[in-house]
Design a binder for this molecule. Structure first.
Ligand SMILES: [Zn+2]
Length: 296
């Protein structure tokens, strides 16, 4: 299932449904977009991997939204660990994110979330602009990966059986690649007015989860495997409907006009304290590290 003209490594989102099993999901591949976002900050390798995981997770949730103009924000606030703040967001395929961390503290691959963040939580906010629907989930930062933390939250708090796999591969020299898969069982869907059995034990979900659970991090980041080929590997015995999603791109909404607006809301005395000796206030965007000199 190779689509002509689309490089296997390109940034992609691909939605899918397994109608007979009442399951839906999303595959995300981040390549050039990921490297462009990472290039704005000098992170140590373990934080590059964490940022890549967080961006993939944000894209998985973002691309699953029903409306294209909605926004997903993933933000971790923490105390007592290496990381003070992690923020990512997605809007109509535009992805951005950054980590604020203490570069004096040692950080290693394989650290657990409590080791990285100390005490904290992950807040996921979904704004569906058109319908003005908004919901927020608060996910404890426990265990070894953001994907596992979010998977547990969906299953327990939302009673939406969920499987999530994220892989990150690469190096500082060769660049980075990330791939992600989310599959959910729409157990609470009304079919013919009858509520289906909810829960992890539904035979359709157990079947789908057993198949999807075989997906490895190596496959998710294998440049030779397209998202279509990944789905074929998992579900070739099922009828799968695929729904092409938005292409993830690096996007930041910072602009001189926006920053000037924000500055104008400060009292003049405070603005005076921000000006340098040329009368300019230098404001930097933490997402993309661009500096805006504003004469306000
Ligand atoms: Zn920016």
């Amino acid at each position: 299932m190779v689509i002509e003209g689309i490089a296997p490594t390109a940034d992609r989102t691909l939605g899918f449904m397994v109608p007979a099993r009442n399951a839906r999901g999303m595959v995300v591949r981040l390549d050039a977009t990921l490297n462009a976002i990472l290039a704005a900050h000098p992170y140590p390798e373990p934080l590059i991997r964490l940022m890549a995981e967080a961006l993939t997770l944000t894209a998985l949730v973002g691309a699953t939204m029903r409306q294209d103009d909605g926004q997903v924000t993933v933000q971790a606030s923490a105390k007592g660990g290496v990381i003070d703040l992690l923020a990512c967001d997605w809007r109509a395929g535009e992805l951005r994110g950054y980590i604020k961390f203490d570069d004096q503290l040692p950080v290693m691959n394989g650290m657990s979330l409590p080791e990285l963040f100390g005490k904290g939580y992950l807040a996921i906010t979904v704004d569906q602009a058109a319908s003005e629907e908004r919901w927020q989930g608060i996910v404890p930062l426990e265990g070894h990966s953001l994907a596992a933390a979010l998977e547990g939250w969906f299953s327990q708090s939302e009673q939406l059986p969920t499987l999530m796999r994220i892989g990150v591969a690469g190096s500082k020299a060769d660049g980075w690649m990330a791939g992600g898969l989310i599959v959910q069982h729409l157990a609470r869907a009304e079919i013919g007015g009858e509520r289906l059995d909810a829960g992890e034990q539904h035979p359709d979900w157990k079947h789908v989860a057993a198949l999807a659970g075989t997906m490895s991090a190596e496959e998710l980041t294998d440049p030779a495997l397209t998202p279509e080929a990944l789905l074929w590997r998992l579900f070739h015995e099922e009828q799968v409907r695929i729904v092409p999603g938005p292409t993830p791109v690096k996007g930041c909404r910072c602009s001189a006009a926006h920053i000037r607006d924000v500055l104008m809301r400060f009292p003049e005395e405070e603005r005076a304290g921000m000006r340098d000796d040329k009368g300019v206030i230098a404001v930097d965007c933490q997402f993309c590290s661009r500096v805006f000199p504003i004469s306000a």
